[in-house]
Design a protein. Structure first.
Length: 667
């Protein structure tokens, strides 16, 4: 350690008000975005600003103490526990108490489980596994969803001190910033590439977020090598950096690629503000150091902890907030945050306890035991269903019947593209001689309940072969990125080879069919943006697919898509039952004009195609129901619940006799 003592101390060691100002911007952007207010749709980037600040502040402390020979893991983790856990445990307890009165039985069980994962710093894995995408509709009602970012930081704290010490021993001091910068850029690239394979994991997990904290860490270690611009350039640079942050907050939304390069731009802008803000007479730093900004910066951690559970408490009960009510809710958030900061954060941060084992027992072991007991009892009691009407259980059972989960490995994600049709993935009549083949995307997968009923009624054994975001059109490049489009095309080539080899009697084509605004079709790796070109490419692909299948003397059955409940709450029936409401849960039906036109053209060319449309069973006079016989139809705004899919299959087979179509003698 003597060599490390000789390294120069950094210039970033004293308290800086402008950093609290940056914290204020970060938390206010997050709160604004989470409240669903217009304009700052990308306000979630506030979390990325927090990550850079955390990496910067933690690294400068560790690095300085290593240089001085005073670094101790014991003291480091004592400080981290005092800083993070008291306020977190306080909010976890308050959330458990408040939500135990309103959450449905299943949601209450899920909450108690999430508390356990959050308590051991792996909440990000829980929300990735059980809620999928961060912007998913069901995720918006998870009271502790926002704690995924705390898990990222806590995992970073476990890894980074060890990694930094190893780097200091192995890498010469003058080369360390360069070495870490190369690693940083590699991690940025990894984050961007990961978005081609998985959006959920890339958003929630540390490997694709590490570069954000590391951006601050590299600045803390190598910032003194950077030039110090004069006053005018310093102010201009800070203004541009702040503008970048606000531009990203305005221009990004839940459909944007994130984290990846977009997050890196935010991180770089934050690093510029940190670096230039230490200079005297920096106007932006002075604005950030104003009393209101410092106030919000000081309570930013508690405000971040409190804001989301408070929002979910209102959202879960479908309470619509007026502009005035929104201001009142914000005042409640700030009040709770101030109380938490004043009476929980500050006292425990300044506590004199120097025993790591004692602090771990108080703020980790004891809460974990308590939360485990609560979770165990809640799960054993099935979420205490007697709190509500008996219909709640039936509704929840349907809502939680997801075909992609029920069918397991029969439905693939992109990373499982090479999976071949599984002989165990069968639907319908397992003893039938007639065979069928289902292939398409997740909207084909949600018809598995329907086809299981139909196959049994019509004596058909159906092979199930579906993959996310890949419509069953042979030779078409389809995907959110060019890479995904190539993978989808190869997947459909595999399906075609299976069909050629096995020659099923019937081929069922189903997908989330595109509309005029779709931008997912490529040609030779280039996105087709012109509507006419897109329509023609889609038409050619569908004609090719149908022609190839009919050339093998197979019956093609084309599913029209379900109605999109874009502005409807799929849990509306559940909320009516939970809170004894009588809210109209129906939504306006908006037809897919492009696919209606395309299918009519294809039918003229190939009149032997059978089309199946389930919408008439729940859509009447331009409006669509979201439940049938108290069974929710949708598990989100466009996928059927598995139980509803089976029910619709029953209704369909009762309404239509398909022998004239599905009979080998009349083919």
């Amino acid at each position: 350690m003597d060599l490390l003592k000789q390294q120069p101390q950094q210039h970033y060691s004293k308290y800086r008000k402008d950093i609290d100002g940056l914290r204020a911007i970060a938390v206010l952007l997050v709160v604004y975005a989470h409240k669903g207010l217009p304009f700052f749709t990308g306000g979630f980037i506030g979390v990325d600003v927090f990550f850079v600040l955390s990496g910067f502040l933690i690294t400068q402390i560790i690095y300085r103490e290593i240089n001085e020979g005073t670094f101790s893991f014991h003291n480091f983790y004592i400080r981290r526990i005092r800083r993070l856990l008291p306020a977190l445990v306080f909010v976890l307890c308050a959330s458990l108490l408040a939500f135990s009165f309103i959450l449905s039985p299943h949601d209450l069980q899920r909450l108690t489980q999430s508390i356990l994962w959050v308590s051991i710093f792996v909440g990000n894995f829980f929300f990735w596994i059980y809620h999928g995408g961060y912007f998913g509709e069901n995720a918006k009602e998870a009271p502790l969803l926002h704690t995924w970012s705390l898990a990222i930081e806590e995992q970073f704290y476990f890894i980074w001190p060890f990694a930094l010490i190893i780097c200091l021993w192995l890498i010469p001091k003058r080369f360390l910033p360069i070495f870490l910068s190369v690693i940083l850029l590699a991690l940025v690239w990894l984050s961007e590439v990961a978005l081609n394979y998985t959006l959920g994991a890339a958003y929630y997990l540390l490997p694709t977020r590490f570069f954000e904290l590391m951006t601050g860490a590299v600045l803390a270690i190598g910032g003194h090598y950077l030039p110090t611009p004069k006053r005018i350039l310093s102010n201009l640079g800070s203004l541009i950096a702040l503008g970048v942050i606000f531009y990203m907050a305005v221009s990004l939304d839940e459909t944007s690629r994130f984290p990846g390069y977009n997050a890196f731009y935010v991180c770089l802008a934050t690093a510029v503000l940190l670096h230039l803000g230490k200079q005297p007479h920096n106007v932006i730093a002075q604005l950030l150091s104003s009393k209101p900004m410092v106030f919000f910066g000081l309570i930013s951690y508690s405000l971040y902890l409190w804001h989301w559970p408070i929002l979910v408490w209102f959202r879960y009960q479908d309470i619509t907030l007026s502009a005035f009510a929104n201001m009142c809710v914000f005042a409640i958030m700030v009040s709770c945050a101030w109380v938490s900061w004043r009476f929980v954060e500050k006292p425990f941060r300044k506590a004199t306890t120097e025993s790591l084992s004692k602090l771990t027992g108080q703020w980790l072991a004891l809460p974990l035991v308590m939360f485990s007991a609560v979770a165990l009892v809640t799960i054993q009691q099935a979420g205490f269903p007697t709190r509500f009407d008996a219909s709640v259980k039936q509704i929840e059972q349907a809502l939680n019947s997801h075909s992609n989960i029920i069918r397991g490995s029969c439905h693939s994600s992109l990373r499982d593209r090479d999976t071949l049709p599984n002989p165990d993935c069968l639907l319908g009549d397992l003893t039938a001689k007639k065979t069928g083949f289902l292939f398409g995307d997740s909207h084909a997968n949600h018809y598995t309940g329907f086809l299981d009923v139909l196959g049994q009624a019509e004596n058909i054994l159906i092979q199930d072969y579906t993959m996310d975001q890949c419509p069953p059109l042979i030779g078409l490049e389809w995907g959110s990125q060019a890479y995904r489009a190539k993978e989808c095309m190869q997947r459909n080539a595999q399906a075609w080879r299976y069909i050629q080899a096995n020659k099923p009697d019937y081929v069922f084509l189903a997908a989330s069919w595109p509309g005029w605004n779709t931008r997912s079709i490529y040609q030779d790796g280039k996105l087709i943006s012109d509507q006419d070109e897109m329509y023609q490419a889609l038409k050619n692909a569908l004609i090719t697919t149908v022609s190839k299948l009919q050339a093998l003397d197979l019956q093609v059955i084309l599913f029209k898509d379900t109605a999109y409940a874009e502005h409807s709450n799929n849990r509306c029936a559940l909320k009516n039952a939970l809170f004894e409401k009588n809210k109209d849960c129906s939504f306006e039906f908006v037809p897919n004009q492009m696919m209606d036109l395309l299918i009519s053209e294809i039918m003229l060319i190939n009149p032997n195609i059978i089309t199946i449309d389930i919408k008439p069973f729940y859509c009447v006079n331009g409006r669509c129901a979201t439940s049938l016989d108290d069974i929710p139809i949708y598990r989100d705004n466009n996928h059927l619940t598995h139980i509803a899919s089976s029910l619709l299959g029953t209704l369909y087979t009762q309404a239509y006799k398909l022998e004239k179509y599905l009979n080998e003698d009349q083919k």
